[in-house]
Design a protein around this ligand. Structure first.
Ligand code: ADP
Length: 538
């Protein structure tokens, strides 16, 4: 026997009353009645409307038709336990309508008992709470979004903090750089890509006499400021290097101070490129080297003077040695002849050295003159070859020549070119062991519009690590010193100065132990005429 008292008994309601009651709540509530197994027996209008099924589709169907699968099975177990034991269950359930959409209902399910107190049916009353659920979901979503926003904000704050630290560090670095530039004893000038000054440090005033303020906005190194003392070619070259080739320029520049006094600056001008490789600005660092320059000049003048002075006694020794050797002053014994020959050879080396020193001092003291005249270059090459053939034969060297017979006459300074030929050929002979080969080539490179001189030997080569010093004054490579050859390390320095001063270019390739090739290129248009106070090689 069931402990519950049937509701009808207490309220004395008839069946028809129930139906009226169900219809009455039906405007707001979804009402359904099922048997004890959950088979639907009755649904009201609201139920039909919300579930989207027809009454026919629902009646006789199990209540599970509404299941959305959202709630866990354990909830339904609990529900059935409650109602089958006479209790009322209440809870929120997500149901599924016919079209697959969902709706939330606040559900109360109560058992109905027969008069005999037997469990007979269940009545379920549901109120739609989809709006409330959506609202709740909205709130949850909003909270989630808020959380995300909060996290994003925190990240931004963190980023700002890092950015701030970076900016502070940068500012500190910048401050350091500013201070370094401010107190630098070298003049530092920064210009835009057109050379207009955008920054200068205070030493500028000490060096040039112009104040920072009056220099800003003007072109660096223009005649309006401290420039204009070098020839136009020099400035054109400088701009080509830094602006077109985008390389650093290092060199000495003669400038003038505001009061007109000239001074020499050692300058380093570098282009600063952006990510696309375009010049954004230039940094020029300069230092007054007038004094060093004067000392250098004095040294060169001294060498020049000493060399000049040495030439006279050396010529005298030469002359007397020749007299002794030709026998006009009496026959020398074999031993005496040998000694005088040694004296003569050593003196000759001294003459060579003094002449080279004199050439170097001429190169360094000022511009030397280049006097181009139409010249048959093959003829010139052959005459140099003739001078050196004896030595080559003595050394059993195979001397090959590749001369272009159709080479036209070219405007060159024959004296200078002879020096170049002599030096390169004598080096090739000197640095090639007996029995080796030397190739001497003069030809036209029509495509590049140049005359090319090439001297290739199968000699000792130049050690790779010393190759970059090969054109330096007085430099001799280790293997050259060890080969017991005579030399003063001035020849290539003079050759390079001559070639470049007259508008040509010199280069070489070399492998130690295998051989060396020197190549000189001069434009077919000839050497560039240069006025000068000095003549080389005299
Ligand atoms: P040097 O009087 O010593 O020959 P140079 O100025 O003519 O002076 O040459 C400088 C140095 O370059 C030489 O001492 C030698 O080390 C190297 N050199 C020049 N030409 C050759 C060559 N053809 N083969 C190997 N080394 C060479």
């Amino acid at each position: 026997m069931n402990k519950f008292t049937p509701i009808q008994k207490i309220n004395h309601l008839e069946d028809t009353d129930y139906r009226a009651l169900l219809d009455a709540v039906g405007t707001t509530a979804l009402v359904s009645v099922t048997d004890t197994k959950g088979t639907i027996l009755y649904v009201n209008k609201k139920f039909i409307e919300v579930s989207q099924y027809t009454a026919e589709e629902l009646i006789g169907e199990n209540h599970r038709i509404l299941k959305s699968g959202h709630q866990p099975d354990s909830m339904f177990v609990e529900l059935w336990q409650a109602i089958s034991s006479g209790g009322i269950w209440r809870g929120e359930i997500k149901n599924r309508a016919k079209d697959g959409s969902y709706y939330w209902v606040d559900t109360s399910i109560a058992p109905i008992f027969t008069e005999q107190g037997e469990l007979h049916r269940y009545i379920a009353v549901r109120f739609l709470i989809s709006d409330k659920k959506a609202f709740e979901a909205g709130i949850i979503e909003q909270n989630r979004n808020l959380d995300k926003t909060k996290k994003a904000m925190l990240n931004i704050l963190e980023d700002i903090e890092t950015e701030k630290e970076r900016a502070e560090r940068l500012a500190q670095d910048l401050k350091k750089f500013q201070l370094a530039a401010q107190y630098s004893t070298d003049q530092i000038v920064i210009t835009d890509a057109e050379g207009v000054i955008v920054y200068a440090n205070p030493i500028l005033e000490t060096l040039t006499g112009f104040s920072v303020e009056e220099s800003l906005g003007k072109k660096a190194g223009s005649p309006e400021l401290w420039g204009g003392c070098m020839d136009e070619d020099f400035y054109a070259d400088l701009w080509r290097i830094v602006k077109t080739e985008k390389k650093s320029f290092t060199g000495k520049i003669e400038n003038k101070r505001k009061d007109g006094e000239r001074y020499w600056a050692s300058a380093n001008i570098s282009p600063i490129l952006d990510e696309t490789g375009e010049v954004t600005f230039f940094v020029a660092i300069e230092r007054d080297v007038t004094r060093e320059q004067e000392i250098d000049q004095a040294k060169t003048e001294f060498v020049s003077l000493a060399s000049h002075q040495l030439r006279t006694p050396l010529s005298t020794i030469n002359w007397y040695a020749e007299i002794l050797l030709d026998g006009s002053t009496g026959k020398l014994t074999k031993e005496q002849k040998e000694y005088v020959e040694q004296m003569y050879a050593s003196n000759q080396r001294m003459v060579d050295l003094v002449n080279s020193l004199l050439d170097v001092s001429r190169i360094e003291l000022g511009t030397f003159q280049v006097e181009p005249v139409p010249t048959d270059i093959i003829e010139l090459a052959e005459s140099v070859l003739k001078e050196q053939r004896l030595e080559a034969d003595k050394r059993k060297l195979q001397l090959k020549t590749v001369f272009d017979p159709k080479l036209p006459k070219i405007d060159i300074d024959p004296r200078l070119l002879r020096m170049v030929f002599q030096n390169l050929l004598s080096n090739a002979i000197k640095y090639t062991p007996d029995g080796g080969s030397v190739t001497y080539e003069v030809r036209k490179d029509a495509r590049k519009k140049q005359v090319v001189f090439r001297v290739a030997d199968s000699g000792i080569g130049i050690p790779r690590r010393q190759q970059k010093r090969i054109f330096s004054k007085l430099f001799r490579a280790d293997n050259a010193r060890e080969s017991e050859t005579d030399g003063n390390g001035l020849g290539l320095y003079i050759v390079k100065s001559v070639v470049e001063h007259s508008g040509g270019a010199i280069s070489f390739t070399s492998t130690e132990g295998k051989g060396t090739t020197f190549t000189v290129r001069i434009p077919l248009s000839g050497m560039v005429k240069k006025e000068g106070t000095k003549e080389l090689g005299s």
